[in-house]
Every structure is written in structure tokens, then in C-alpha cells.
Design a protein. Structure first.
Length: 104
């Protein structure tokens, strides 16, 4: 497997009683030359910007579940495809946080 892309992006910063947390969207893409297939693992998580001494904070939003996308394509198409998939994932993560904030 050849590495195509490993990326993370802060899509939102939220305030909690224990301090600010960043919402991260992450993606890791690899290419299987034998199958001519790219596999991209997508995830999201909270990362504290500030944390009180116990390191705990209430989660201010619900994030999408981890996902894996598999696409049959040629090696030269893998990087642009991975970027497009990640861009859509980051939008989805941002939207899930925005939806939760609008409900509060």
C-alpha cells in the first residue's frame, strides 16, 4: 500500500465549561496498486485547546461516526480524489457541529 494523503483540519472551535476545544476532521488515504484501489479512512474528534487539571470536559456536540471510503481508480487520480473526499468529510463534520449548536 502506498500512502496517498494524511490530513487533519480544525473545522470549528467550541467553548466548554472547562475551556475551548477544537473539532478536528482527519483523513488517511492509501493506494493498493494490485487492486487499483484507494482506501481512505475518515474520522473526527475533539482536541482540547485549554484543559483544566483533570483533563475532562463535557462534549459539546455529536460528531459523525468513523467512515472508510474505497474507490477504484488509477494511481494518478488518487491524490485529487482523496482531497475531494476529505473536503466533503470536513464539510460533513462542520455541519454536524453546526446542527448541534443550533439545537442548544
Amino acid at each position: 500500500m502506498r500512502r496517498v494523503l494524511s490530513i487533519s483540519e480544525v473545522v470549528e472551535t467550541l467553548a466548554t465549561p472547562s475551556g475551548a476545544v477544537e473539532v478536528l476532521a482527519t483523513g488517511d488515504a492509501a493506494y493498493d496498486e494490485d487492486k487499483a484501489q484507494m482506501e481512505m479512512r475518515l474520522d473526527s474528534r475533539f482536541r482540547p485547546v485549554e484543559v483544566k487539571s483533570d483533563g475532562r470536559w463535557p462534549l459539546p456536540a455529536t460528531l459523525p461516526r468513523q467512515d472508510t471510503v474505497k474507490v477504484g481508480l488509477e494511481w494518478m487520480e488518487a491524490l485529487p480524489a482523496a482531497r475531494d473526499i476529505f473536503r466533503d468529510w470536513a464539510k460533513r463534520v462542520h455541519q454536524s457541529v453546526s446542527n448541534t449548536k443550533n439545537l442548544n
